[in-house]
Design a protein around this ligand. Sequence first.
Ligand SMILES: [Zn+2]
Ligand SMILES: [Zn+2]
Length: 194
Amino acid sequence: MEQRIFHGNITPDEVARALVAEFSRSNFQAQQFGKGNQVVVQISTRQFRQGGGPTAMSVTLQKHPDGVAVMVGQQSWLGVAASLGKTAFSAIHNPFLLLGRLEALAQDIESLQLSNEVWRVIETYTRAAGATRELSERFRRMVCEYCHVANEVGESRCIACGAPLGNVQPKTCLNCGFVVRPGEPFCPNCHSPL
Ligand SMILES: [Zn+2]
Ligand SMILES: [Zn+2]
């Protein structure tokens, strides 16, 4: 499951609606479950492959204090697991059955493409809605540890007492939007160097 956080004035419902609208067209089908703080959108390819069902992804959209956290993962799909197990076993006896495995590989590639497409739609929508990987304006304040006056993020010294503010600057990973602690060398969510 890959997670990204989008900072800004957006809600899980809005992102879900954008996904359903986009994927209800052409070769996909999409449906929304739940509403409010946690919404799941299920997206799948329409066509059924021989020896299995459609490739499906689930997108979990969760309210975050500064926007929406998005998780995209391949849906557990029993049909695939069952057919893979059978293929591995029977291929020993009949190499022609390896063709079944090739079909499963094609499925993996298809689900990777679907996952990329899902992220592309989310990125496009959130960018249009003004959400970014950085903390939004309303979180761009920090309280001085010494005198408790609110300061703009980026100030090196407190506007009231002059104390250094380096320890309290909030920061986000520019790859996935995760809020990180000052001094952390790698993002705990996506492991990108900070
Ligand atoms: Zn101060
Ligand atoms: Zn990250």
